[in-house]
Write a protein that binds this ligand. Structure first.
Ligand code: UTP
Ligand code: MN
Length: 597
């Protein structure tokens, strides 16, 4: 087995994908479904087939094995994916499988540089030069445990520490510059650290690798308050959420996320025992981030700073979540405190109570509207209602929308029937759902049963494949798949080591990679139709399918011969007619035996 096969056979696709997508087991089958991470959808059309170690989305058509999934969802190259999965599963990588293409190579180096930088910053915080930073943290109630958990660090003010540290490694100047952590002097005389004299917050990707930093100034008035890494080949701001790699398991378990604005908020809230907290880090929320949150949770509680900027950001974020089909609640803390300050001032328990009581977003929006408009006049109340309209219009579920309209109308003191009329109209204007996917191809049951049996079971391959001549499958929709399968098995490609599921998964994947276009899609449909997912039932069914095929074939031959006999007789070729008749009676005898048996 080569390394790729070995890696694939030692990890389970359900477990890996389950860390990125909430999967639900379908009945007692080996099939799991969830929301597709590759396109926006509200009902699950994304499937993972355990026995085939394969995923398929029938909404957008994507499908593949565990490697392809991780590549696409994490935006990694193939070698990076191998490395990541190998590391995570404690499987040693063979040397020659080093990063191959220049892009992966650079990204691999950037990951290394960030790990080195993070270690350096942590060490500096513990060292004598970190004394001011340690005092600052203590003043702000950040304990040594929190420092350790969040891998906080300090960038010393000389501006040479990281430059010097990186010079000890064999990185090229281009690589070091591409990290965004050092900058070139204007006069070209060398490099200096981008972060100087700052408290350092490492930012991780979903897999837990450091990909960027936020650095906070420690003196009042130092600008900017936070300096952040620029975008690099490993840091795309629109898809990163601070603390996601620590939060994602809790997010899936609790089916909710708490979204805060700042690094310090995430740390404070996490320390209050709310592990499902993530931070947007002051940037406007973007679709990839929203979709990432939704992969792990259906409910989001938005807990931004209570100032005007925070409220505006929350107001802008809400429609994104609604459009994504998520439940949105808003926590507005009293006393003008941001989440971190609230926890420090009132304690973890008080914060968690507040969180539990956070109301639906429309109440919060209604409060915003009340403050904006003159609620004493009927016009003002209607204006307040109009203010809410865009958000409510995005609710796709009609019953939910009607219920919310009713609630909000009551809350604002407007006539619900007036308002309902308005919403019925706007509901009709709502843009339609994303266009339906291509119609799925239909595959005859007989072909599905045979293919699933052949892929699942060695026994079926030994018994059935030799009898399944080309002439029997010539009219199949899935003819090409049978041909490919036959070639693979004939060439001895079917792995006969390992447990049943992994060998059938390997065979499946071998067939899959050898098919192109519509034939690949057909194979996906075949797999989707195997609801048992383990193929155990199907040998008996496959046998009877084969018998039926053979019978049909013989019947066709009999019919053909009868026609030939008649033609020969009509044309007076007696010899020939007699020959055909002898063959015909032999075939008919066989057919009777076959039918009886
Ligand atoms: P805040 O100003 O609310 O900071 O900005 P904070 O997180 O509460 O931090 P403390 O408590 O003052 O130390 C919220 C987030 O906005 C981003 C940072 O991600 C910050 O955590 N931000 C803020 C910047 O990127 N640059 C800035 O200059 C300020
Ligand atoms: Mn803040």
């Amino acid at each position: 087995m080569d390394f790729v096969e070995q890696l694939k056979s030692s990890i389970d696709i359900v477990k890996v994908i389950g860390e990125y997508v909430r999967l639900r087991k379908v009945g007692s089958t080996g099939r799991f479904t969830g929301l597709c991470p590759f396109h926006q959808e509200k009902t699950a059309s994304f499937n993972v087939y355990q026995s085939r170690q394969f995923y398929k989305c029938f909404g957008c058509g994507v499908g593949g094995d565990v490697l392809k999934f991780v590549m696409e969802v994490d935006g990694l190259t193939f070698p990076e994916t191998l490395k990541l999965l190998a590391e995570r599963n404690g499987i040693p990588m063979p040397k020659r499988a080093e990063y191959a293409d220049p892009e992966s190579k650079l990204r691999g180096v950037l990951f290394d540089i960030h790990t080195i930088a993070s270690n350096l910053f942590e060490a500096s915080l513990r060292a004598p030069q970190g004394v001011e930073a340690r005092a600052y943290l203590e003043r702000r109630g950040v304990t040594p445990e929190m420092v350790q958990t969040f891998e906080l660090g300090f960038s010393e003010s000389s501006g040479q520490a990281l430059v010097r540290r990186l010079a000890q490694e064999r990185f090229t100047p281009e690589q070091i510059e591409a990290s965004g952590l050092v900058r070139k002097r204007e006069d070209g005389s060398g490099y200096f650290d981008a972060f100087r004299g700052r408290l350092m917050f490492p930012i991780h990707n979903e897999s837990g690798k450091v990909i960027a930093f936020g650095g906070r100034a420690m003196r009042e008035g130092d600008q900017p308050k936070y300096l952040n890494s620029p975008e690099t080949p490993i840091y795309k701001k629109t898809s990163v959420l601070y603390n996601l790699h620590r939060a994602r398991d809790s997010m899936r378990r609790l089916n909710r996320a708490v979204l805060v604005e700042g690094y310090m908020d995430a740390i404070g809230v996490h320390t209050a025992g709310v592990n499902e907290v993530i931070a947007s880090c002051g940037t406007a929320l973007a679709n990839p981030q929203v979709r990432t949150i939704h992969r792990h949770a259906d409910t989001v509680i938005v807990n931004f700073d209570p100032d005007g900027a925070g409220a505006n950001a929350a107001e802008r974020a809400i429609p994104f979540f609604i459009e994504e089909g998520m439940h949105v609640r808003v926590l507005a803390l009293d006393g003008g405190l941001d989440p971190d300050a609230y926890v420090k001032q009132n304690g973890a328990e008080a914060y968690r109570t507040k969180l539990g009581a956070a109301g639906g977003y429309f109440y919060w929006l209604a409060d915003r509207a009340r403050a904006k408009f003159d609620m004493r006049s009927a016009d003002g109340r209607m204006d307040a209602f109009k203010f809410l309209q865009p958000a409510i219009q995005k609710i796709t579920d009609e019953l939910e929308r009607a219920a919310i309209v009713n609630d909000v109308a009551g809350y604002l003191g407007v006539d619900a029937s007036l308002v309902l009329e308005r919403f019925r109209k706007s509901a009709n204007d709502r843009r339609p759902e994303a266009p339906r996917a291509e119609p799925r191809p239909q595959i005859p049951a007989l072909e599905r049963i045979l293919l699933n049996a052949l892929i699942s079971s060695e026994e079926a391959r030994v018994e059935i494949l030799p009898r399944l001549a080309d002439s029997l499958t010539a009219n199949f929709t899935t003819r090409e798949i049978f041909i490919t399968l036959r070639h693979l098995v004939h060439d001895g490609a079917q792995p006969d080591d390992g447990p049943q599921t992994s060998s059938s998964a390997a065979l499946f994947s071998a067939v899959e990679t050898r098919l192109v276009g519509s034939n690949q899609t057909l194979l996906h449909e075949v797999i989707a139709a195997d609801e048992t997912g383990d193929g155990s039932f199907s040998l008996e069914q496959a046998r009877s399918c084969l018998r039926r095929l053979e019978l049909d074939f013989q019947k066709r031959q009999v019919d053909q011969l009868r026609t030939r006999v008649r033609t020969a007789e009509r044309e007076g070729r007696v010899e020939e007619a007699l020959g055909f008749m002898a063959e015909l009676s032999r075939l008919e005898r066989e057919l009777r035996v076959a039918k009886g048996g």
